[in-house]
Structure formats: C-alpha cells, structure tokens
Design a binder for this molecule. Structure first.
Ligand code: S3P
Length: 429
C-alpha cells in the first residue's frame, strides 16, 4: 500500500477506544525481562514494529522470548545470560532499541554489530556512544561512532558521573543500564526531567535507584528479579484521538487505559491550557505506571506558548499539537524543541511542509514552529515521510479537511499503532 485516500468526516467522532500498550514501556519490559533472573510475563505489550525489533534483537542475544495471543513471556538469565550474537542486530526504525541496547551491550564481554533503517542511519548516536566509551566500552561506527552501522565490544565498566547535554530519556536510560553493570556508583544529571520508565522498572524488578531532582544515582552489580508487567496504554498514541475529539465538531470520545505517568502528561497540560473539554477519571495512581480514562469532547481552543520544562514531557506529541493549534483561535508558539530535528524525521521540517500543503499557516523556527490558528484545511497529497507520528497527524488532519487527503507511505504508522485506522474508522458516525 503506497498511499491511501482519506475522506473528511461528515459527522462527529463517537465511541470508546482501548488505547494500545505504551511503546517506551513495552521496549523496556523486554529489555528488563531479558537482563533479570527468572520468567517475566508482559500483558498489553505493544505489537508495533519498533517493539518487535527489540524482541528480535534480544532473541539474537540468546534470550528465549515467547509471543502468545495475550502475553509476551521472557526467560531471563541475568546480564550474564546474554550471549554474543551470530548475526547483526537490526533495530529497524527504533531509536529506543538501539540507544538502550548500547547501554546494555557496553557491559557485555563480547562483540555485536548494530544497524537500522535509513532513518536510524541519520540519527545521532555519539550522545550515547561517547559517555559509554568513557565508561570503558569499545564502540566504533560510521563518522567516528555518530551513525550506524555501529560495532561494540563491551566489558568491564567504570562508573560515570555525567551531566547530560540533552534532555533525553534514551541517553539517560542507556547510561543507567550501563551503570547497573559498572563497578561502583554512577551519577547522571538530567538537563530537564524526561520520561522515567527505566527508573520505575528498575524498582519493579527489585533494583535500587535514587532520584534527587535531576540527579540519578545507581549502583553497579545489582541483580534484577523477573516481574510481571502490565503495560498501560500509550499517551502518545492517545494524543491523536485527544486532538481528533477536540477538533472534529460534535465529537465525544472515551480513551480507556491511558498511561498518566507525570513525565508524559505534557499534552494534557497544554490541551487544558488551550481550553480543551477534557476529563480524566478512574485514575489508578498507585500502579507502578499510573493510568486512567480520558473523555474528550469538541472544544473551543485558544493558542498558547509551548516551551521550557514541558517539552521533554510532550516531545513526541508536538506534530499533533501543531495540528491542534491550526484550529485554535490566535497564535501558538512552540520553542525549545530543537530535539525534533533528530527524531524519525526532522519533525520541524516535516510538520511544517506537510501541514502547509493542507493550507495551514505555519512557519518553522530554529527550535520549533509558529502556528497561526483558525485556518480551514484543504485537501491534497501529503506524505508521512516514513514517520509514524507524521502519518497519524495527517490522517487526523484529513478528518477536518474540506476535500479528500491522499496520504503517501501510511504503513509507517505500524511502528507504534498497528490498529490506528481500524480504531479511527470505529469512531466515525
Ligand atoms: C523515548 C524517549 C524519547 C522519545 C522516544 C522514546 C524512550 O526520545 O522521543 O519516542 O522510550 O526513552 P529521546 O530520549 O531522544 O528524547
């Protein structure tokens, strides 16, 4: 399927969606299940292409992983259970897989080589490989280890005391995973608070990690014990329907089982700031990862400024926030978001380019974008550029466009939301 023709909705969107499992937590459940001792059972695992790449890499590292209809079962044998792979580890489109995996492999006394798809080949890796080399790992790759293909020979690691130059949960997590294998105590200082799923999962697997504001301390040599994991729904997937419900007239959508970890809920804060008609209920705050249901109704929105500490807590939602802003009254400014340039695509460029094709009034800036609201979107031919979140944002845009939208490369969406179109169609009246 090279393109798909999407029609505007004639009526509102109504109904309930069970949001699929969180991508970040699904990746980590396989990784932690693999490095822990014992059998880990994971329910509501996201069967998206990215998470399947993680499973495939850990199988190549010698871990037995079963996939049944309802759960993923991982037979972990500790860090020492990982074996030198015979084959290249292919991470596909997944930045989380490659960066966290590098942290794990940094402490393993064997050789591995890693590749990914074309997009991965353009994404910066020295943010992870440099500090891991300082700890003692042998890493090389194209352009001095900046890009894939990468090779790594791990082994004995010294602890690290590192002030991170970027706000990135992937970098933080890679260093924590290496720190778990180092001789001594590592300290990692974040630039801004980013998603804390790795820290929560260490505790769930019986390990210890301390956090004091932006400083994280982790001791090496800890043994992790298998633990069953129920993955909450992905707020980054829910975001597309939160925005759809807000901008499509006469809509009311209930999103069930949405992960509400405070390091991920920036989108809710911004939508509230913009005046969205949004309600959270049945919140389970005690779970290892909090979750709840969200009801969203058609909303009258106003523009806002999105910047500063909230950015890492909504970084993946910026494409869909840009669409939301085209329907708000007034101007929305997004800044401090230069990290968007090194995502699956340069998301400042792809968002601005594709929304402009649909008639939006949007301009790129050095570290974000400026969106003038109140525009009526036209139809047209647009492309996901192979980026799942750009594809889904454009599909939601088609709902309110005057004319049909032809979306090229829609299959990228299966990276994080394989059932996206069936969920969307079920809501159409
Ligand atoms: C992720 C961290 C974020 C995010 C990505 C998933 C994670 O990336 O954009 O989709 O699971 O740790 P950065 O760490 O590069 O900000």
């Amino acid at each position: 399927m090279e393109s798909i023709e999407l029609q505007p909705t004639l009526n509102g969107l109504r109904g309930t969606i069970e949001i699929p499992g969180d991508k970040s937590i699904s990746h980590r459940s396989v990784m932690f299940g693999s490095i822990a001792q014992g059998v880990t059972r994971v329910t509501n695992f996201l069967p998206g292409d990215d998470c399947l790449s993680t499973i495939s890499c850990f199988r190549k590292l010698g871990v037995t992983i079963e996939e049944t209809e309802n759960e993923i079962i991982i037979y972990g044998n500790g860090f020492d259970g990982l074996k030198e792979p015979n084959d290249i580890l292919d991470v596909g489109n997944s930045g989380t897989t490659i960066r966290l995996l590098l942290g794990i492999l940094a402490g393993r006394p064997f050789f591995s080589s890693l590749i990914g798809d074309q997009s991965i080949g353009k994404r910066p890796m020295t943010r992870v490989t440099e500090p891991l080399k300082t700890m003692g790992a042998g890493i090389d790759g194209r352009k001095n280890g900046e890009f894939t293909p990468l090779s790594i020979r791990g082994g004995h690691l010294n602890p690290i005391h590192y002030k991170m130059p970027v706000a990135s949960a992937q970098v933080k997590s890679a260093l924590i995973l290496a720190g778990l294998q180092a001789e001594g105590e590592s300290t990692i200082i974040e630039k801004a608070e980013s998603r804390d799923h790795t820290e929560r999962m260490i505790q769930k697997f019986g390990g210890e990690i301390e956090k004091d504001n932006l400083t994280i301390t982790v001791k090496g040599g800890q043994e992790l014990i298998a633990s069953d994991i129920h993955v909450p729904g992905d707020i980054s997937s829910a975001a597309f329907f939160l925005v759809a419900g807000a901008i499509v007239p006469e809509s009311e959508i209930v999103l069930k089982n949405v992960g509400l970890n405070p390091t991920r809920t920036g989108i809710i804060e911004i939508m509230n700031q913009m005046g969205a008609n949004l309600e959270i209920n049945n919140q389970n705050e005690d779970a290892f990862e909090p979750a709840g249901n969200i009801t969203i109704k058609t909303s009258s929105l106003k523009g806002t400024v999105v910047c500063g500490e909230v950015i890492p807590r909504l970084i993946d939602e910026i494409p869909i926030i840009a669409l939301l802003a085209t329907q708000a009254e007034g101007t929305t400014v997004i800044k401090d978001a230069a990290e968007l340039k090194v995502k699956e695509t340069n998301r400042i460029d792809t968002v601005v380019q594709e929304l402009t094709k649909l008639g939006a009034s949007i301009e790129a800036t050095e570290d974000g974008m400026i969106i003038h609201g109140g525009t009526i979107l036209t139809g047209g031919t647009v492309s996901s550029h192979g980026d799942h979140r750009i594809g889904m944002m454009l599909a939601i845009a088609s709902l309110i466009s005057k004319d049909p939208v032809k979306l090229c490369d829609p299959e990228a969406i299966s990276v994080s939301y394989p059932n996206f179109f069936s969920h969307l169609n079920n809501l159409k009246m």
